[in-house]
Design a binder for this molecule. Sequence first.
Ligand code: GLC
Length: 575
Amino acid sequence: MTEPKPHADTADPSDSTDWWRTGVTYQVYIRSFADADGDGLGDVEGMRSRLPYLAALGVDAVWINPWYPSPQADGGYDVADYRDVEPAFGTLDEGQRFIDDAHANGIRVILDIVPNHTSDRHAWFVAALAAGPGSRERARYIFRPGLGADGDEPPNDWEATFGGSAWERVTEPDGTPGEWYLHLFAVEQPDLNWDNREVRDEFLDVLRFWFDRGVDGFRIDVAHGLIKDPALPDLDLPEDHTPVISDRIDHPFWDRPQVHEVYREWREVADSYDPPRTFVAEAWVANAERLAAYLRTDELHTAFDFDMVRAPWRADALITTAQSSLESHALVGAPVTWVLSNHDILRHVSRYGRVQPRRGEDAVDVFSDPVGTPDVALGRRRARAAILFELALPGAVYLYQGEELGLEEVEDLPESVLADPIWELSGHTRRGRDGCRVPIPWTESGPSFGFGDAKPWLPQPAAWSAQSVEAQDGDPESMLSLYRDALRIRRSHPVLAHPVVAHSVVEGATSELEWLDMGQEVIGFRRAGGFTCIVNLSDSDIDLPAGDIVLTSVPVTDTIPSDVTVWLDTNTARD
Ligand code: GLC
């Protein structure tokens, strides 16, 4: 493989096998990033053409949402073949060229692996339907007879995350109504049986297939799923349960202890490569301790910290969340992986632009359709402050395409274009996730603001002309410039660039970070080595503490206004 090269102008802290401890990874939602062949859908060649943009942004890696052949019942998370590239996106050769070119640009490549379920068009599932009950082919999935005299009731009361029963009845090869199969997501996404050795071996082989092609790591889809209680007990769900998170310790399908065995095997494969490959888990679990269990030294390297996504824009909530994540991760020597947005949740400009939950209220519900109208300008101001807060914390960071442009959620997409299966499966009661998946505006004009030559698969708001890369490029005060400045500084700053290999927990702080007492509505922390970050979440200006200004989310003079973050070097006092 071609080794990733460090960016030219920096002492690159990530030029090591430990790059994932501090690295910044940019998430590319391939359908919506760049369309090279003019069919309205993003593709591999489009992504490749934008590598210079990503290199100039200063990211260490890209994570690409599933690019495999797929009927696209769920945006590619219904994989029909794990060892190829979806023809609408490109070819395997183009995929290889992308990996090589990314490396030549100093960017690592993280693919997305979907182990909980396949597509119903995957060869294994097609064979399972044809082979009938009791077959080896069915044993790769979770088939059960139905309940009731005619077997026409589902095996239990589990619900699919997207709505409706988690069971679908099949017609047997002889034409009679037959067994049911489990699908925790869409009907087109049958769950695999991870108690079956053949399934485990197949995925070890898929990992090797891509690692052999130079892929640097995987994001693991629904990493907390996979293992089901073989007794398949009823859940007796309350009416208003949250779909993918559960506080239950012994939940029959989320976050079961046996799932850790799977990742211990995966880690062995990753470690057998030079340089070792890495993993990041998507695991919606009950709390930071449960998440850290996935990051023990013989398991996964990193896992998204979704507690920060659910935290309201309030100093107490952000401090508590950050501290609890830092502490629980420190106990296993793993970095926290901070994230503000992704392709499944409301964009953070639109979250922070809304009235925030008060103390004592529940965390932000990132899965339901939003209520009310956001103040987008306020959301952008807070998003600027939020990214500097996040980038100043010890740990790794994931960015979601378009956040560097300050894009908001598109909440008024016409119903006729909605493509997320949630829209249909919820009986048109939840619009779903399309609003954060609208194609990126590259230029100020043109039929799709430079996304491609054709009408894009989802329409872009007219106001995105002003949010385009072209519009923001030369403007030193744009969101794009802020991201470029922040990432450049983060890569070379003696404190921020320091890879934190392990912290210890010292009385409400970690050895890496000390919280400053700045009142209830201001966040302040000092990193070991003399760097201070202040975020003013109060309504009024506060005095700027002593120190040399490194970067600010908006220009400041002697005070820090509301919703503004300041980075200071505090090794030397200002006067
Ligand atoms: C993950 C993905 C989401 C997908 C689901 C089912 O949560 O991020 O987009 O719909 O898994 O694969």
